[in-house]
Design a protein around this ligand. Structure first.
Ligand SMILES: Cc1ncc(COP(=O)(O)O)c(C=O)c1O
Length: 440
């Protein structure tokens, strides 16, 4: 298999005679658990964690921490995996927080984010004693100080700053510019410091930024890190922890850039170290909070081929049994994907003549496509279509559009398959509904 394709699939993939992940035959899993089916290969996630930690070890002279941004994909199993690996956890809503706590994740290793935290969320985060609340705006600071006083607590916080640094990624994934709904711009940050100097309920222990997502160049991280620490130096508020967020990119197609984690960590480490020296301060603890680059490659979506429609001279549509309900990214961002076609027995179907198709789903939208244009072997009904790099921002953004149930999720370890999320049932879909109250 071509190396540029291999790097899209889990590290445990074997290709012959049938495609297997961690020794598990994909076609057999699809027959047993049905499709659409999501597979998570733990070894690939473990490997990503090890890559980050190795880069910290190589390049950063101070303490370092790795957090998992739960929004990429949250379930009880993945929270428990993150805990077992000693990761910290970034949550962004009351419900993410509650799932994490329910799964047994220790509150002191949780960071609570969000640009519109409700009173209920702030109080719940305080009551749970989460490690840090990442404050986003002045109104939130005031409310948090009030609630902390009510609970007799002094809450450690970070400030999320908007460094006004742009990155090359989709418009919807840029968050570091002045024109962003997230975080404190410089003038607001000045006022936040003035407020914090007068309150005993909040203790500023960290500075945070997040530039966006699916970023492949390290330079903006270095520039923004430097900007934030220069500001800290100028205001004499050197942080115990500095977090440049997450956002590092992963390849989705063979032609995408690689996304070398070491390159990004090295650039950040150099900027933070240089700025610490300039202000004659100890290097802060460095905390990265990736989502996609920890779990994206570990996930594979498995679809079953259905209808094939060819309009000569126009296009051929290949319909599979999933689409925008489990993967909104192509419709939302125009994201591009790669796919591999297997016959029903799980063999790569590369002996058949190839054709160019658009891979679409069963949802009632012309925007319901998974891949706009890809050359695949001629597909037959009931073949399997594997879409790699499906581990991040698929299931966490999934919906019940057209009342499709959300897919089952299997956790793969060598010698063990665990159903960590069962497929939704009709009972799940009906659970919230009450009967019509009739006229009048
Ligand atoms: C504050 C914050 N941190 C981390 C992440 C994770 O980003 P990624 O999955 O691209 O690494 C996000 C994603 O949007 C985020 O908003």
């Amino acid at each position: 298999m071509d190396e540029r394709v291999k790097r899209l699939f889990p590290i445990t993939t074997t290709w012959q005679p049938t495609v297997q992940f961690a020794g598990h035959d994909v076609a057999a899993l699809a027959r047993r658990y049905g499709t659409p089916l999501y597979l998570y290969d733990q070894a690939t996630m473990d490997d990503a964690v090890a890559t980050y930690r190795h880069a910290f070890h190589l390049f950063y002279p101070g303490q370092s921490h790795l957090a998992y941004a739960a929004k990429a994909y949250l379930s009880t199993a993945i929270v428990q995996w993150a805990n077992a690996k000693g990761l910290e956890l970034d949550v962004v809503s009351l419900w993410e927080l509650q799932i994490a706590l329910h799964a047994g994740f220790p509150a002191p290793r949780i960071h609570f984010h969000g640009n519109n935290k409700t009173d209920e969320e702030l109080q719940a985060a305080l009551a749970a004693s989460v490690g840090q609340i990442v404050c986003d705006n002045e109104n939130e600071l005031r409310r948090l100080a009030h609630f902390a006083a009510g609970q007799g607590r002094c809450q450690p916080i970070w400030l999320r700053l908007t460094p006004d640094v742009d990155v090359h990624t989709h418009e919807y994934r840029r968050t570091g510019r002045r024109d962003s709904k997230f975080g404190f711009g410089w003038p607001e940050a000045e006022r936040a410091l003035a407020f914090l100097s007068k309150t005993e309920q909040l203790r500023l222990v960290g500075l945070h930024m997040h530039l966006g997502s699916q970023i492949f160049t390290a330079e903006p991280y270095a520039v923004a890190s430097q900007r934030i620490l220069r500001w800290a130096g100028e205001h004499d508020i050197w942080p115990e922890t500095f977090s440049p967020g997450g956002g590092w990119g992963v390849p989705y197609t063979p032609s995408d850039p690689g996304g070398d984690i070491g390159e990004m960590v090295q650039a950040i480490a150099a900027a933070v170290t240089a700025e610490s020296e300039r202000w004659q301060r100890q290097v802060p603890a460095l905390l990265l909070e990736p989502g996609r680059s920890l779990v994206g490659r570990a996930g594979v979506a498995v679809y079953r081929v259905g209808q094939r429609k060819a309009v000569p001279g126009v296009r051929t549509w290949l319909t599979v049994d999933g689409g925008m309900g489990d993967n909104l990214r192509p419709a939302l961002y125009g994201s591009r994907y790669y796919a591999l076609l297997l016959d029903q027995g799980g063999h790569i179907a590369d002996k058949r003549p190839a054709e160019t198709v658009q891979v679409v789903g069963p949802y009632c939208e012309s925007g319901d496509f998974l891949i706009k244009r890809i050359k695949l072997p001629q597909a037959r009904r009931d073949d399997l279509l594997l879409m790699p790099v499906s581990g991040a921002y698929h299931l966490s953004m999934s919906s019940n559009y057209n009342m499709h149930p959300r897919p089952a999720v299997l956790w793969l370890q060598r010698g063990r398959v665990t159903l960590v999320q069962r497929r939704e049932t009709l009972a799940d879909l009906k659970r919230r509904d009450a009967p019509w109250p009739e006229e009048g």
